[in-house]
Structure formats: C-alpha cells, structure tokens
Write a protein that binds this ligand. Structure first.
Ligand code: PNS
Length: 172
C-alpha cells in the first residue's frame, strides 16, 4: 500500500446526460483535490440498452456545462472505455470521487468500490454526500421528464436542457 498523497482524482459516470447533481459532485471534488478528470464511460451496454446521447455528445455537454456554470476551467473531461481502474492507472489518478444521494445508492456504490479496490488496491474511493437540493435528481428522471415534453431547466444546465428538447421534440 502506498502512502503517496493523492493530487489527481477521477469523477466517473455515464452522464446521460450530466445533471446539476453531477456538477455539484464535480465542483466539490475539485475543492478537495487540485486535479480532477471527469471520466465519461462509453457504457454502451448499460442495463442492456444503449445510452440516449453518444459518448461524444455526453463529453461535449459536460465541457459546455463546466464553462456555463463557472466551474474551474482546469477540470478535464475525457471519454473512456473498458475498466475504470485501467483508465485511472493510465492517467495517473490516485482516487475516484462519487456522490452519494440516498441509502439506495450505497449498496451499488459499495459493490463498485469493493470491486475496484480488489483490482487496484492503491486506488482510493472517496464519497461526497450530495447536496440535499439535488438528492432526487438523476439522469434517468431527467430523461423521463424531458421525454414527456416537460421542463427540466431546474435539474440540468441550460445547454443540456436545450439538447433534451431537441432530442425529444419529434417524440411529443
Ligand atoms: O453514472 P453511473 O452509471 O453510476 O457510473 C457507473 C460507472 C461508469 C462509474 C461504472 O459503471 C464504471 O466504472 N464503468 C466502467 C467499467 C468498470 O470499471 N466496471 C467495473 C467497476 S463497476
């Protein structure tokens, strides 16, 4: 086990699409660590389905949102395929930061953290408690509301809301 101080962390996710809840976690990760890379998983077969937005679109939306919402400009956003632990090793990140909303997140996150720690014992998993304001926000809820033609402006940044309107315009 290494004693090296962690200076670079990854905030991973599918981000389909990025929400204010995700941006809150990214912002807080950057307050805790000097270098943050947002890692966008290809997740092509998540739950046996594809994602609503392509990997390129999801990366682009996060980059736009970081600028629009005034998050530190040094936050890097990168796509990745394969294992998260391999991506962290490749870019030299020593930790993974994720947000925890309710207890329902806990079991899933614990399982992933245990698995990652088994594969990469020196990689730390760090959890931040999500801002209660965004406790109920998830990408799937955002997609569901947008698909029904309702406003998601209080859940996602303006650039994402615009893309969702565009995406679902023909369906409603
Ligand atoms: O936003 P999500 O869907 O909760 O993020 C999950 C993600 C992308 C972080 C997780 O599925 C992941 O790390 N995927 C990459 C593949 C991997 O490393 N799997 C083993 C750990 S679960």
């Amino acid at each position: 086990m290494t004693d090296a101080t962690i200076t670079h962390v990854v905030v991973p996710g599918t981000f389909d699409p990025v929400t204010f809840g995700h941006l809150d976690v990214i912002r807080r990760a950057r307050r805790l660590f000097p270098r943050v890379t947002v890692a966008v998983a290809a997740s092509a077969n998540k739950h046996g389905r594809g994602t609503t937005f392509t990997l390129e679109e999801r990366v682009e939306m996060i980059r736009e949102a970081i600028e629009l919402e005034g998050l530190p400009a040094d936050i890097d956003v990168q796509p990745f395929t394969g294992l998260l632990v391999s991506f962290c090793a490749k870019i030299g990140a020593g930790g993974v930061v994720k947000g925890l909303r309710a207890m329902t997140d806990f079991e899933y996150e614990l399982q992933q953290a245990d698995l990652n720690s088994h594969m990469a014992p020196d990689l730390e998993s760090v959890f931040v408690m999500s801002n209660p304001e965004f406790g109920y926000v998830s990408s799937s809820i955002v997609r569901e509301i947008a698909a029904m033609g309702s406003d998601v402006d209080i859940l996602v940044p303006a650039n994402v809301a615009a893309r969702l309107r565009e995406r679902y315009a023909s369906d409603v």
